[in-house]
Design a protein around this ligand. Structure first.
Ligand SMILES: Cc1ncc(COP(=O)(O)O)c(C=O)c1O
Length: 422
């Protein structure tokens, strides 16, 4: 239970019958030692997020979903949409979309390459920057594919494991001491998934400095997928893209804008040679982005203020509701207040839940029609869960939080606690 295991790990051991056959000398040497191929990527139950949605869905990481109708209202010229030719897109992506992304970041338009979500960006980076046996350093807990695309490429991954007890704060020296001249990439996410804690700009500067001196061939990948998911009128920090080499950033319209179904994201790549290689990798993977998705994403990003402002108000209300609920639950549940993002990490207190109760908590969720994201999916503790407060309509959030309380009651065998004065 204490292990931080990235969900269910793929075993690389031989199956029992293979072992037996080999020990009896029935399989030739090389074949016997060859491990059964079970695919490139470790399985991880996070995949259930796109296949299952329970009524009390507190597992999602996005703000309120945008509808196609809402988005069409932002398209200035409906004729342009109707006459859009359904051709392939271009290898770098639609020029208006790239220009809109570049303008917001104050970087040259040439640096932008569109991708199908940050997810494709991660794939292109992993497949293009690394070879089997290469070394990368990742800050975890993290979105599982952030690590697993590198595992799938046969890369040696060293993890800097941030801790709930340290409020997921990163010190650049933790990364610096893992760097080698053979390191090809350092990967961070800010605000982080699952915690919503930001990595301060000064730490990013220190990481760049450490890379320049200790691992000059490495790139710093900064995943900014949650950057725009700020609360209320909080300012949005500048993008790390402005720092140029050695920084590559990734982002998308999936989280703050509530449009993961558009499958539009981007990489910012300040180096022309790397950009060309990535566009060739993109061509070899998906050829191009969808012209429809890119057209709609352009309309969305041009009027992003209209989409982001109401969502940011809802996130501010959501995070405050979670804060009030946690205060009441403080005797058995702790949390790390997020800086941004529609998510945060909560932990079942050890003095209130023994390991058996933690298992009972997770087993109780389906009975309560409740969905949470398990800490183990991200490489965190089993008693940690990610709570998404931006996805459900705000009027259903407090009922869903009350259901988490009931699942805790059931797990610990406690009778529901009476709220003073209620
Ligand atoms: C940190 C992070 N990066 C990338 C992604 C991929 O999202 P998308 O491909 O929709 O941009 C996610 C999705 O949860 C994420 O949390």
């Amino acid at each position: 239970l204490t292990a931080d295991g990235f969900g269910e790990q793929r075993t690389t051991h031989s199956t029992a019958p293979e072992k037996e056959a080999s020990s009896l000398g029935l399989v030739a040497g090389a074949a016997a030692s060859k491990q059964a191929w079970r695919g490139r990527y470790p399985p991880n139950e996070i995949i259930s997020l796109i296949n299952v949605s329970r009524h009390h869905n507190l597992a999602e990481s996005t703000a309120q979903d945008l509808t196609l109708g809402d988005l069409l209202d932002l398209v200035p010229d409906e004729k342009g949409l109707r006459s859009l030719e359904l051709s392939y897109g271009t290898s770098l992506g639609a020029s208006e979309l790239r220009r809109t992304i570049a303008q917001e970041r104050d970087i040259p338009v040439d640096w932008v390459l569109t991708t199908q979500g940050t997810a494709l960006g991660l794939h292109l980076i992993a497949s293009e920057l690394t070879q089997p046996g290469d070394h990368v350093v990742l800050v975890t807990p993290c979105f599982p594919p952030t690590r697993d695309v590198f595992v799938g490429c046969g890369v040696h991954v060293d993890e800097v494991k941030l801790r709930f007890s340290e409020r997921y704060r990163l010190n650049a020296s933790q990364v610096a001491q893992m760097l080698r001249s053979s390191t090809r990439l350092v990967g961070i996410t800010t605000p982080q998934n699952p915690s919503g804690v930001r990595i301060p700009e000064t730490v990013i500067d220190d990481l760049i400095e450490a890379i320049r001196t200790r691992a000059p061939e490495a790139w710093l990948f900064v995943d900014e997928t949650y950057r725009d998911a700020t609360y209320g009128l909080d300012p949005t920090p500048g993008s790390a893209a402005q720092r140029g080499v050695p920084v590559v950033t990734g982002g998308s319209v999936s989280k703050a804008h509530g449009a993961p179904g558009l499958r539009v994201g981007w990489l910012t790549v300040p180096d022309a040679e790397l950009r060309t290689r990535l566009s060739v990798a993109k061509f070899n993977t998906v050829i191009s982005g969808s012209v429809v998705d890119e057209f709609l994403a352009t309309a969305l990003l041009r009027r992003a203020d209209l989409v982001l402002a109401p969502r940011r108000q809802l996130l501010a209300q959501g995070v405050e509701m979670v804060a009030q609920w946690q205060k009441h639950e403080d005797h058995r549940l702790e949390w790390v207040r997020p800086d941004a993002g529609a998510l945060c990490c909560c932990r079942l207190r050890e003095d209130a839940f023994d390991n058996g109760s933690v298992i009972r908590f997770w087993s109780a969720l389906p009975t309560h029609d409740l969905q949470l994201a398990a800490g183990t999916w991200f490489g965190d503790e089993a008693r940690v869960f990610r709570l998404g407060f931006g996805f459900l309509p705000i009027e259903r959030l407090s009922a869903a939080l009350a259901v988490v309380s009931r699942a805790m009651d059931r797990a610990s065998g406690a009778s529901p606690r009476t709220v003073r004065g209620s």
